[in-house]
Structure formats: C-alpha cells, structure tokens
Design a protein around this ligand. Structure first.
Ligand code: F3S
Length: 280
C-alpha cells in the first residue's frame, strides 16, 4: 500500500507560532490561562493543561497571572479587559489576523463603511469586527451586499480562511454600489494551498484520510472537500481510530491534516498505516 502524505498537512505558521508561545510561556509563569482552547486539537489542549495552561471562557474568570491570546485573536473589548485587570498578555494572535484587525481599524478611522467578509459567529470575525470603530457589517455572500446603502465609501477586509472566489464575488457586488472602494485581501494562502493539495491527492487515491479535531472547522471543511473527490474519505482525530477493514484492496492512501493538527499525531497515523500495510 502506497501512502501519499500532503506536504501542507498539519500546523500552519500561525498555529505553530501560537502553540510554541503557549508552551514556552507555561514554563515561565506559575499561573497561566488561555482564553478559550488554544487550538482545535483536544490532544494539544490536554498537553497544555498538563503544563499548567488552564482554559477560561471569559476574561472575568481569570484570577490573575498571564493569559495567552489564541491565533485567531480576540475582540478589542476583551483586550481592554485584560489590560484593566493588569494580566500579563502573551499575544499569539497570528500576524495575518492582526493585519486584518489593523485594516478594519484604519478603514473605519478613514470614514469607510467596513465590509467584513466572513462567518459572523466565528471568533476571528468577531475580533476583526470589534476593531472597526465606525459603521461595519459582516457579509457572508454577494447576496448580503444588496442590503448595503448606495453611494458610500466601502472598505473590504476578509476572514483569513475565506475562499478567494467568495471575496471576489463580494468585491464585484460592492463595486456596483460604492462611491469609492478599497479592498484589502487578507485571505491567508495557507488554507487555499492546503485545500488545493488535499483535493489533488484525494482525486488520485483509493482512500483519503483527514486528520484533525472533530471540533476544527478547517479540518471538517478539508474532509468535505476531499469527500467530493473521493467518497471513501475518513476524518479521524488520532491513529487509534483507524480501522484495518478500511484498507482491504486499497493500493493508494492519501493523508492530510488540518491546520491545528500537531506533527506527532500525523506521525502516529503514518506509523499505524505502515503497520497496516505490512500486515496486509
Ligand atoms: Fe494565520 Fe493563516 Fe494559520 S491566518 S493562523 S497562518 S491559517
């Protein structure tokens, strides 16, 4: 059985950086919390907990010490609360997300109606949105643009994981409406590249595996995209979930992993696959 491992599988730059910062900080601070689980990998969150990094839902719950801000960032109000409580901040916001926050702030300061392309209930979007101090709106698709006022200065920023095509359609729709249009393409390539590679591999194998937290939106999306190419696609969290019966008569197996899946989990899956291949 041949195993094809995607080059882009696993941690993206921002998640790798945030995880490293959290582990480093855990050895330097007695009391340390993360605002929400650091990444969508229950296994990594558990490791961090063993290092003393506790998960809190709100700033109000944090009694003192240090707080790690996740890669997708927090709202301006939460940051203010942290400062007011004199907590030490380990800001692991991905620099690409920070950029989107800065653009939203700048656009609204310059009098633009900020159009944020993304999913309204996603914490990254809520964070970016909070930096737009003037008028701002979250839009998910080009249809949402219909309700925007005519003849305004419109400034567009996007959630980093948005599909480029969606941003493009929304830009087109805004171009018809706006008096002036400014667009910041804040989409991060990591997601697009990972999805493209996963699709390509899924199309040429007999079975596709997608590894990552069941609570990770980017991993679930990856699994959905792979399933479109290869119906025999399995989304797993750990090597223990692999079932030998899946691999009967399979010659080529593809493997990718979400942006929040650590390398050691991918390695364990590869090792288990090799054992299954040797046994078959
Ligand atoms: Fe940052 Fe892109 Fe990852 S925005 S957190 S490097 S997907």
């Amino acid at each position: 059985m041949e195993i094809i491992l995607a080059k882009s599988a696993g941690f993206c730059f921002g998640v790798k950086r945030a995880t490293q910062m959290a582990f480093d900080a855990s050895s330097q601070h007695e009391q340390i919390h993360s605002l929400g689980p650091l990444i969508h990998s229950p296994q990594v969150v558990e490791q961090l907990e063993q290092q003393g990094v506790r998960v809190c839902k709100q700033v109000a719950e944090i009694p003192g010490g240090a707080v790690v801000v996740r890669s997708h960032g927090i709202t301006a109000e939460e940051m203010q609360e942290i400062e007011d409580k004199h907590l030490q901040v380990i800001d692991a916001t991905c620099p690409f997300v920070k950029k989107a926050q800065d653009y939203a702030e700048k656009l609204s300061a310059d009098g633009y109606l900020v159009v944020l392309v993304g999913e309204a209930d996603h914490p990254e979007v809520q964070g970016i949105f909070s930096y737009a101090k003037g008028e701002a709106v979250v839009v998910t698709c080009a249809d949402d643009v219909k309700t925007l006022p005519e003849n305004r200065k419109i400034g567009i920023v996007a959630q980093t994981t948005q599909p480029f095509e969606n941003l493009k359609e929304i830009v087109d729709a805004c171009l018809i409406k706006a008096k002036e249009l400014r667009v910041y393409n804040t989409i991060c390539d990591a997601t697009t590249l990972r999805q493209r590679e996963a699709r390509q591999i899924a199309a040429e194998v007999d079975l596709m595996l997608v590894v990552g937290g069941f609570n990770s939106a980017n991993t679930s999306r990856l699994a959905r995209l792979c399933k479109e190419q290869q119906p025999c696609t399995h989304h797993i969290e750990t090597a223990a979930q692999l079932e030998q019966s899946w691999f009967v008569n399979k010659e080529k197996v593809g493997l990718t992993a979400g942006a929040s899946t650590p390398g050691w989990i991918i390695d364990e899956v590869v090792q288990r696959l090799k054992k299954i291949a040797a046994a078959g």
